[in-house]
Design a protein around this ligand. Structure first.
Ligand SMILES: CC(=O)[C@@H](O)[C@H](O)COP(=O)(O)O
Ligand SMILES: NCC(=O)COP(=O)(O)O
Length: 237
């Protein structure tokens, strides 16, 4: 089974536009779960332009499915993970000023930094996933670091999907195969949508989780949140 984790960053973007509490991200997380989401993902960024660190702490006792906190493992992120102890920490190499995630880790070059962080987070009983490009070498590096999972960065897949989807998915199939052979479970995320999700899933049947935010929240504007979540679930189950 592939779990659908809904990334609620964009709900916080809308809330922040007016400075009040509409829409309420706590209620939105609860509603996503009630509508069928099997996880909630947040990616707090240093400028708190969407989800805030305080939101993440408030969500700790609210999320009943799997809580996944993404981010660059700086001191503030690590403090948050110690305090919240989510089901999963997804480590992403984004620079503080990145508009959105734009690459996976170089798990070989950054092995020294990642080793200590992965060990510490795992010792808290929190599963660790490393965000990587679809490269068998990077997957092997993640396995050496004793991560639990990788999250394959799917922006290149999403971009190329409409050009040649068989070519687009190839490196993902190979990377997932390497990951599975090394005992790593496989997540995927970034720019997944109602067009490209089913094909990814059919090519990587053992996909453990997808985290989806931007397209899902955009679709919800037209289709409604409950209906949209059900439509995404249909692509996966
Ligand atoms: C790691 C990843 O792909 C996502 O977290 C994605 O980048 C969403 O982050 P933003 O909502 O800040 O764009
Ligand atoms: N890890 C990917 C994620 O949480 C959401 O990415 P996107 O769907 O907003 O591109």
């Amino acid at each position: 089974m592939t779990r659908l984790s809904v990334n609620i960053n964009k709900i916080a973007t809308l809330r922040n536009a007016r400075g009040g509490n509409n829409p309420d991200v706590i209620k939105a997380a609860q509603d996503c779960e009630n509508f069928g989401a099997e996880g909630i993902t947040v990616h707090p960024r240093p400028d708190e332009r969407h989800i805030r660190y305080a939101d993440v702490i408030a969500l700790k006792d609210v999320v009943k499915t799997e809580f996944n906190i993404e981010g660059y493992p700086d001191l503030r992120y690590l403090k948050l993970i110690r305090e919240v102890r989510p089901a999963q920490a997804t480590l992403v190499p984004d620079a503080p000023d990145a508009i959105t995630s734009n690459a996976g880790w170089d798990t070989l070059r950054h092995a020294a930094l990642l080793k200590d962080v992965v060990d510490e987070i795992r010792s808290l009983g929190v599963r660790v996933s490393l965000f990587v490009d679809p490269s068998p070498r990077m997957v092997e590096g993640a396995a050496k670091l004793k991560a639990d999972r990788i999250e394959l960065y799917t922006e290149p897949y999403a971009r190329e999907y409409h050009v040649n989807r068989d070519v687009a998915v190839k490196p993902y199939i190979e990377s997932a195969r390497v990951a599975t052979s090394l005992g790593l479970a496989v997540n995927a995320g970034h720019d997944l949508d109602l067009d490209n999700l089913k094909f990814l899933k059919s090519n990587i049947p053992d996909l453990a989780e997808v985290s989806i935010g931007h397209a899902l929240i955009c679709d919800a504007l037209y289709l409604g949140l409950e209906n949209t979540i059900q439509l995404y679930l249909k692509q996966l189950h």
